[in-house]
Design a protein around this ligand. Structure first.
Ligand code: PMP
Length: 331
């Protein structure tokens, strides 16, 4: 038995029970471990889908160039699909991202342009603006724009949602995921709620992002925005892929809570995952503790990526102490 290419191994990731860090909570808490994808993140699902939808619509021709603004994981998903399908890739990213993520993209033959984090999204230097400009300048290029491209949420509607429904035999009662572009949470939730409208969907946001306030008040408050270190979740824009109608609640998590929970997942559950996974689990457990989560409840939390991309940060004691996330006398 073999796969025709690495792309066929995307999806069908395992669900794993949390046994230790959630042992005070009744019911069942499961995590969907997306680092089992070949590019080691949930974003492989949308890389292939956005490219194949663009091919079908004639938006990209053989030998073309894919250009995207990405924090790394979407780039990896796009780069994998591009290698197999014969496209070039140019990615723009911010100087906040792990160097190892950028090196990984270059390993798959992509060109990476690093842009400043602390500029407005519409500033010509921002990674959004640079990606857009390049896609206008370079002939036969395609700009997937994961923020507003419906193929992003659709990939999760077609794969992540049905997988969770089947794996839990329809017993899922709560679905929790981080909110970045919104594709994962919106697409998966749309599928799950179509099967059972009583399923509760909880979004996880980062302190410093606009989402929680927007969810609660409908207001986009620029003064709330400040930079933070958790990679992949929270935004300073409202992407079209973020469907707020899917959400029953939003938890906003600090970098410190996200990173300490990330380390606890490795140390207590053997789950070596990234910082947005710690945020998602921290938010999910806080939600379960505050909302009468019962014996018969079954929660699924998405863990988007792997810890390998954060060894020099979250898993490095010096880095954690420098940012005040660990006591300086901690071992
Ligand atoms: N975590 C990580 C590490 C990510 O790269 C992303 C994607 N930005 C997310 C969470 C959020 O996923 P989505 O964009 O589908 O909302």
């Amino acid at each position: 038995m073999y796969y025709n290419s690495i792309l066929e191994t995307i999806g069908n990731t395992p669900l794993v029970k949390l046994n230790n860090i959630a042992d005070d909570i009744p019911g069942t808490i499961l995590v969907k471990v997306e680092y089992f994808n070949p590019g080691q993140s949930v974003k492989d699902r949308i890389g292939i889908k956005m490219i194949e939808d663009a091919e079908e619509k004639g938006l990209i021709e053989p030998g073309g160039t894919i250009i995207e603004g990405t924090s790394g994981n979407t780039g990896m998903g796009l780069a994998l699909a591009a290698v197999i399908k014969g496209y070039d890739c140019i990615f723009t990213t911010t100087d906040k991202q792990s160097k190892s993520k950028i090196d990984l993209l270059r390993a798959l033959g992509a060109e990476v342009k690093v842009c400043p984090t602390d500029v407005e999204p519409d500033d010509p230097k921002s990674y959004y603006s640079v990606a857009k400009r390049l896609s206008e300048e370079i002939p036969n290029s395609y700009y997937p724009n994961q923020y507003d491209n419906p193929s992003n949420a659709q990939a999760h509607y077609e794969t992540t949602g049905p997988e969770i429904w089947d794996q839990t035999e329809g017993k899922i009662t709560h679905y929790v995921a981080g909110m970045g572009t919104g594709g994962t949470i919106s697409g998966t939730s749309r599928y799950l709620k179509e099967q059972n409208e009583d399923i509760k969907t909880v979004g996880v946001d980062s302190e410093g992002s606009v989402y929680k306030k927007y969810f609660e008040t409908g207001e986009f408050d620029k003064d709330e925005i400040h930079s933070y270190l958790t990679e992949g979740i929270g935004e300073d824009i409202i992407p079209e892929n973020m469907d707020f109608d899917q959400l029953d609640d939003v938890m906003q998590i600090s970098d410190k809570d996200a990173f300490l929970t990330t380390r606890a997942l490795a140390e207590e559950e053997g789950l070596f995952v990234g910082g947005s996974c710690g945020a998602a689990v921290h938010g999910a457990l806080e939600y379960a503790r505050n909302n009468e989560f019962g014996e018969d409840d079954l929660m699924v939390i998405i863990l988007p990526d792997s810890g390998t991309r954060y060894v020099s940060k979250i898993f490095n004691d010096e880095w954690m102490k420098e940012h005040g996330f660990l006591d300086s006398d901690a071992e």
